[in-house]
Design a protein around this ligand. Structure first.
Ligand code: CP3
Length: 326
């Protein structure tokens, strides 16, 4: 029996009351670095929704913090960096990631692999551009103006920074796979801010470096608003391309030449529109995926915190029921 597999970006976390209870009085970074807690939070959506994969509960800035960057994850805001990195000295401080730096998260992976049995665990890292944006801007940014201007005005500095981040992200992915993760996803959430020309010149080589650290397991690559970048992203050395909700899967497949399995792409906002709308939109995504070489059902970006978890459970059931094949 085979059926379309389904999991959700940000399935572990704030939409679940059992998560909010566990996190009371514990900072996000402490939760990520406490193996039993990170493992338990990762398991919660697997138990509740019956999804086909667990996504490791962590954050893209965990390995950057682990090599010594002074940053915090501020509730409601995201990663905030104490001293933004914009010069050679800042870049030089970004040393390579060693296994000893991420003992807690890697111990969580080991616990999870044991507990999950046959259910795959997806490890992840942030791609160099998205990580660089947080480090250069000092926090979340709408326009990425400091990041892009550094990229254009000081290309050598940019490439040095992106190269260091690529090795940190790649090493972190390799450590997760070494501990038993059965697939990885490289998140380039903010790459959609770039033109294809800039993406190819300043970003793609570095994402390729990060992904080159993993050979043994399938590699998924995803970014938001990347409809125009999908052909370039598909050249990063990957097996599955994540597609956001702005472009139908069929059209995404035509853009990348049809040889890739695609992941996506229900609009996370659709989960608020009532059961009938959700059902129709899930069916439309499945319909759009009918002729793909492979499809992993997901959202077109992460689960929004105020999502009713019952709606996610219903989506999993619908995807499974309507794609059941012998
Ligand atoms: O369920 C999962 O997907 C696994 C956990 C996960 C988190 N962050 C937990 C988290 C994953 C895969 C991430 C990746 C991540 N982190 C990305 C790439 C994915 C994406 O959504 O585009 C990015 C850009 C970040 C940076 C970041 N960290 C943001 C934008 C935020 C949210 C800010 C906010 O509060 O609105 C965080 C914090 C964060 N990461 C939370 C969680 C559960 C909230 C922390 C809290 O509850 O205090």
């Amino acid at each position: 029996m085979s059926r379309t597999p389904v999991w959700f970006m940000r399935q572990a976390g704030r939409s679940l009351p059992e998560y909010r209870r566990l996190r009371e009085g514990i900072t996000m970074l402490d939760a990520c670095n406490t193996p039993e807690l990170a493992a338990e939070i990762t398991m919660q959506p697997v138990r509740r929704h019956g999804v086909d994969a667990a996504i490791f509960f962590s954050d893209i800035v965990v390995p950057v913090k682990a090599v010594g960057v002074d940053l915090d994850i501020v509730p409601g805001t995201g990663p905030v960096v104490a001293a933004p990195i914009r010069d050679q000295a800042g870049i030089a401080a970004l040393r390579p990631l060693q296994p000893d730096d991420v003992v807690g998260p890697i111990a969580a992976i080991r616990l999870l692999v044991e507990e999950l049995g046959d259910t795959p665990l997806i490890g992840f890292a942030g791609a160099p551009f998205t990580l660089a944006s947080y480090l250069i801007e000092g926090g979340p940014s709408r326009d990425h103006a400091a990041t892009k201007s550094l990229m254009w005005a000081e290309p050598q500095l940019w490439h040095a920074l992106a190269d260091r981040l690529a090795h940190i992200a790649g090493s972190y992915l390799a450590l997760q796979v070494g501990a038993g993760a059965s697939a990885v996803q490289l998140f380039d959430s903010w790459a959609g801010a770039l033109s294809e020309t800039d993406y190819r010149e300043y970003v793609l080589p570095h994402s390729r470096t990060a992904l080159s650290y993993v050979a043994e397991v399938p590699k998924i690559h995803f970014g938001v608003g990347t409809g125009e970048l999908l052909p370039a992203m598909s050249e990063a050395g990957i097996d599955v391309l994540g597609v956001d909700f702005r472009i139908p899967l069929q059209q995404a497949a035509a853009r990348v030449g049809g040889e890739f399995a695609l992941q996506g792409n229900l609009d996370p906002a659709a989960l608020f529109a009532g059961a009938d709308v959700v059902e129709g939109k899930v069916a439309a995504v499945l319909e759009s995926a009918a002729d793909l070489p492979g499809h992993i059902f997901n959202l077109g970006h992460g689960v929004l915190p105020s999502t009713d978890p019952g709606v996610l459970t219903a989506v999993v059931a619908q995807v499974h029921d309507s794609t059941e094949r012998n």
